[in-house]
Write a protein that binds this ligand. Structure first.
Ligand SMILES: [Fe+2]
Length: 201
């Protein structure tokens, strides 16, 4: 299976420059490329129907790296997919996301406080709001790098990249909170709504 980089029609955001987006699209394409390369190498190891003992260390390393590259690819697709020009504001009254936030956190503002709090955590990673498809509840989680902390079986609803490459051209490293504010002023709430209840990203 070959993965193809998606094209995102994204520019003119508030507080996140086109230059940042261009750099970020290139990084995303790198994850797609590496995922394909790793899949191909892994496939070479197993083509003969057995994994020889001397192949195990190299095979294991490729499999570990696949978790990094693959999640890097997928999370960036969610991230770009929940931003749009003229986005932002608050989700509208009938939004499925808003209903999920209110039933899980009481109020939207409490959900937002938690999500922003996760995004401001020290370290390299992501803030992700997931929906538990069993209960419909949403919860916010910190993901280290791209692969540590994802909750098995949960659906990503709102995905925010807080690696420094996501904002370093626009803000200083210590100004992550300004970037988070900018992220919120560009959210495509219709995209998050479409993800609630297991719908397609
Ligand atoms: Fe990124």
């Amino acid at each position: 299976m070959i993965y193809h980089a998606k094209q995102f029609n994204l520019s003119g955001l508030k507080g996140i420059s086109d230059q940042t987006l261009e750099l970020h699209f290139k990084l995303y394409e790198g994850y797609v490329k590496e995922s394909n390369k790793l899949q191909e190498k892994i496939s070479d190891f197993i083509q003969d129907g057995e994994l020889d003992q001397e192949e195990v260390p190299a095979y294991s390393e490729l499999k570990r790296r696949l978790g990094f590259e693959y999640n890097g690819m997928v999370l960036h697709e969610y991230y770009f997919g929940n931003l749009k020009k003229h986005g932002g504001g608050e989700p509208n009254r009938n939004s499925l996301f808003l209903k999920a936030a209110e039933s899980s956190f009481g109020r939207y503002e409490i959900w937002k406080t938690d999500f922003v709090g996760v995004g401001a955590m020290r370290g390299v990673g992501w803030a992700i709001c997931y929906e538990d498809p069993q209960s419909g509840r949403i919860s916010n989680h910190w993901i280290s790098l791209h692969e540590n902390g994802n909750v098995a079986g949960f659906n990503p609803i709102l995905v925010m990249d807080v690696w420094e490459h996501a904002f370093l051209l626009d803000y200083k490293p210590a100004e992550r909170s300004k970037y988070i504010e900018a992220f919120f002023s560009n959210i495509d709430w219709s995209a998050t709504d479409a993800r609630v209840h297991g719908q397609m990203r």
